[in-house]
Design a protein around this ligand. Structure first.
Ligand code: ATP
Ligand code: MG
Length: 257
């Protein structure tokens, strides 16, 4: 059952997103831990200002170029991503010619199947990680180590969202380029990723689709130039500076009230 939220509610968008997660939870593919993770994300979204900020947009451009240049790009999907942006994930996979793989920290066959069904109902032709998670990521002990030998295992570029730090670090140690979408600029995932998009998945994935669609017709050298000029540490530092600046402005406003 979805609760009716009046459009006039000042936090309408945010509440709508929560309802999607609750729906995924009631349908059995979002885990309670996913709801907690979302709450942490909301807090950082509040600090950022609930919009795609300039450093996030730069990261999105570098991510789109990296995905388009990749040999075996893979989009890793978990319960929260499936609940929030299933259609955009499928669109992105088509635009950059990536595979989609379900990969869960709290893995059960039932959850995997339900998430694959959600993705298929949004147009995915193929979903990896369902019956074929037979390879393992070395040095990783959670259920997230199980991956598809046709997907994440051989991928050169992996896009992850709401990812755990251990796995991001393990994927980097395997030599992969990791693109992370994570609202917390200080999480281990954000700090370990090759490209960190500090933005909400509900904004970042549709923007990635848009940017990749326009970049697709550009020459390879143009895309390589974007990737070469991108500096992830600088981007994360700019996000932190944005938050500091915003908090300074807000504190002045509060004093003047
Ligand atoms: P890490 O393991 O990387 O140190 P963590 O343990 O603090 O991170 P996890 O629960 O492993 O956190 O990962 C969830 C991450 O996803 C959090 O950093 C959270 O801010 C982020 N997050 C939650 N909801 C969203 C969302 N809608 N869009 C983008 N990021 C989100
Ligand atoms: Mg974690």
């Amino acid at each position: 059952m979805r609760v009716e939220i009046p459009r006039s509610h000042p936090r309408y968008e945010s509440l709508l997103i929560r309802e999607k997660l609750v729906e995924g939870f009631n349908e059995g593919y979002v885990v309670p831990q996913g709801l907690i993770a979302h709450g942490r994300g909301e807090c950082f979204d509040y600090l950022i200002g609930e919009k795609t900020i300039e450093p996030a947009f730069k990261a999105i451009q570098a991510a789109a170029a990296t995905l388009l240049l990749a040999k075996h790009p893979v989009i890793s999907v978990n319960g929260n991503v499936a609940a929030l942006v299933p259609g955009d994930v499928v669109r992105l996979a088509k635009v950059v010619n990536a595979k989609i793989e379900v990969n869960l920290f709290y893995r059960t066959e039932e959850r995997i199947r339900k998430i694959a069904d959600v993705l298929r109902s949004h147009g995915a032709d193929e979903v990896l990680g369902v019956d074929d998670a037979t390879a393992t990521i070395p040095e990783l002990f959670s259920e997230r180590r199980r991956v598809s030998p046709r997907g994440i295992y051989i991928a050169d570029v992996v896009l992850v969202a709401l990812e755990d730090g251990d796995r991001t670090e393990a994927l980097r140690r395997m030599g992969k380029t990791v693109i992370a979408i994570d609202l917390n600029p200080l999480s281990r995932t954000s700090l370990a990723a090759s490209i960190t998009i500090v933005d909400n998945v509900v904004r970042a994935v549709p923007k990635l689709v848009e940017v990749a669609s326009t970049m697709r017709s550009q020459p390879k050298e143009f895309l390589e130039e974007i990737v070469r000029n991108y500096d992830n540490s600088k981007t994360i530092a700019e996000v932190l500076e944005h938050i500091c600046q915003r908090l300074r402005e807000l504190s002045e406003k509060v004093i003047k009230r």
